[in-house]
Write a protein that binds this ligand. Structure first.
Ligand code: ARG
Length: 576
């Protein structure tokens, strides 16, 4: 059950019952546990409106709340806040119910599920997938899982950059410098190499640039030979990408790249012209937001146009993005589309969403942006030789370091460390990304990331394995606890129980706001509180009924760690 909406409603009801007005209760978790668990702030604003004494009103509301079985105490504080402390017995009862709910660990599904498209990963073919795409892939996959677990219908779509000017350059470039064997062996490296050569030559050699444009035009007009070449570039790139996604355990429901929308592009431009949203400017077709009625905010003054067709007739990233919005509405009748893309593209999405709105689109469109990954030198991360770090080499290094640390620091048997290198190493990379507030830039630091202490993936995986080992030691199947009673006495039990109670709120808040780091923070606090509990509250050595109650808390912790890590796309091995 979700605690916060429940208490919020309880507070609003108490306000209504005692003061006979409908007003929001405005619930917040307290900062300081000494003040209770939650605080209601709504009476303050209400008193101002009613020109009444806030403390007097708050006393009445608090008295009513104090009578509810979930509330141990409701006390008026400060100018008229109400501090709520939850009843320990009530908490224990809630947790006992979650214990039996192996399907969902007590997390309810939303009442009104939506159909949501999550556009994520979306690398460009002919360029190495780099660390920036790693963020989109990891964050996007976590958002897909969170929304799905929250009860929505989710379509994860890899909007591959598989169309556009680079293919003209690639076609002429492959003819001039292409190496068939290299293309077969490591396609993306080869395509990127050739692409760089071709784009450099096009800058200084007008005839070369012209031939690239001609090949592009032929490709777009459906020329069979160029289509065949293009299809081959896409195919070899896809298989290289698949290998990375496999290692990351990421899957998509659709791979609808930019090329999938090619035949819709003329229609999009036509529609924009007919609706008077776009006009011609120096041969190009553009949307000038500062010239349009009904555009508000920043865009109303924006002079930089949204170009949908260039003077030479070529369509752009923006054109296929408009077509994509329309397709997602027609194909899935989607309520929402979420774009998990580097925050440096915020300007593009602001313009895109406004054009969609001007076209009458009512689907909710959200850009879920993220910051840049920095190296130790404070610049975007690079490899030692200065080239942009490739994803594959980063994952290799993570696995190597994880394996070494497991042997050196945990004293793990080398064979076991070898077996665990992928889940621990890759889990660490994912966690380091997901624990950040996604909009901030963060510094990539191997020592902090692969760590069995502190806020790192391996620490949480280790905490989970520790919970599992308690059951292994007792030779006990956790399912046998399903009927157990939970009784909370020790301060560390109480703290742990209060944390466990928050799972539903955390998961839904993370899903609603596309903030997987809420889940990461919850897991880190949970692991710390479990560790204090385990140090101070003997589990297996206690007598019944304390033993079963403590085992139940251990099992709830184990399941929340596994569930939470799973939502983040991180494996939770039973033994480390
Ligand atoms: N391919 C783009 C890039 O690498 C990202 C695409 C994001 N999705 C979209 N619908 N625009 O920058």
């Amino acid at each position: 059950m979700r605690i916060e909406p429940f208490l919020d409603a309880l507070g609003a009801k108490a306000i209504y019952d005692t003061l006979e007005v409908g007003a929001p209760a405005i619930l917040r978790p307290t900062q300081n546990a000494a003040h209770g668990d939650y605080q209601l702030n709504g009476v303050l604003g209400l008193a101002k409106k009613l020109k009444a004494n806030p403390r007097e009103l708050a006393e009445k509301v608090a008295a009513q709340l104090g009578g509810h079985e979930a509330i141990a105490s409701a006390e008026v504080a400060g100018p008229g806040f109400i501090n709520l402390r939850l009843d320990d017995g009530w908490i224990a009862g809630r947790l006992a119910r979650s214990l039996r709910d192996r399907e969902r660990d007590g997390v309810p599904a939303v009442v009104s599920p939506e159909t949501i498209v999550v556009d994520f990963s979306s690398p460009n073919i002919a360029k190495q997938m780099h660390v920036g795409h790693l963020r989109s892939t990891i964050i996007g996959a976590a958002i897909v899982r969170l929304l799905r677990f929250a009860g929505h219908t989710v379509i994860g779509d890899n909007h591959l950059g598989d169309w556009g000017t680079q293919f003209g350059l690639l076609i002429v470039g492959m003819r001039a410098w292409g190496d068939e064997a290299a293309l077969e062996a490591s396609p993306i490296v080869e395509l990127e190499r050739v692409y760089k050569l071709a784009s450099a030559k096009a800058k200084e050699d007008e005839a070369f640039a012209e031939s690239a444009r001609a090949e592009l035009a032929k490709l777009q007009a459906g020329d069979a030979e160029n289509r065949r070449l293009w299809a081959r570039f896409v195919e070899v790139s896809r298989s290289a990408l698949d290998a990375i996604y496999d290692r990351l355990g990421v899957t998509f429901d659709e791979w609808l790249g930019e090329s999938a929308y090619d035949d819709r592009l003329p229609g999009v431009v036509q529609q924009l012209l007919e609706a008077g949203i776009a006009r011609e400017d120096q041969g190009a077709i553009c949307v000038f937001f500062n010239e349009l009625e009904g555009v508000e905010g920043k865009l109303a003054k924006q002079e930089v146009p949204f170009i949908v067709q260039k003077g030479d007739g070529a369509y752009l990233y923006s054109t296929s993005d408009i077509a994509t919005v329309q397709y997602r509405r027609e194909r899935w009748n989607a309520d929402r589309a979420i774009y998990v893309v580097d925050k440096r593209q915020a300007g593009h999405f602001r313009q895109l969403f406004e054009v969609a709105r001007l076209l009458g689109e009512t689907m909710k469109l959200e850009h879920v942006g993220f910051g840049t990954v920095m190296g130790a030198d404070g610049k975007p991360i690079k490899t030692r030789d200065g080239t942009a770090l490739t994803l594959a080499s980063l994952l290799d290094e993570a696995e190597e370091r994880a394996e070494r640390k497991m042997v050196d620091e945990l004293g793990l048997d080398p064979a076991m460390a070898r077996e665990l290198r992928a889940p621990i190493g890759i889990g660490a990379v994912k966690y380091a990304d997901l624990v950040q507030n996604r909009t901030s830039d963060y510094t990539f630091d191997w020592d902090k990331l692969i760590a069995f202490a502190g806020n790192a993936g391996p620490y949480l995986q280790n905490a989970h394995a520790r919970c599992c080992s308690i059951f292994a030691k007792a030779e006990l199947d956790p399912a046998s606890l399903d009927g157990a009673e939970i009784a909370l006495e020790h301060p560390d039990e109480l703290r742990l129980a209060r944390r466990l109670l928050k799972l539903s709120d955390v998961v839904h808040a993370a899903a609603e706001s596309s903030n997987p780091h809420y889940v990461a923070e919850h897991l880190y606090s949970l692991a710390n509180e479990f560790s204090a509990f385990y140090t101070n509250c003997p589990v297996l050595k206690s007598d019944e009924p304390v033993r079963s109650s403590r085992l139940a808390l251990t099992d709830l912790t184990r399941r929340q760690l596994a569930r939470g890590l799973g939502l983040l796309g991180i494996e939770a091995p039973e033994r480390i």
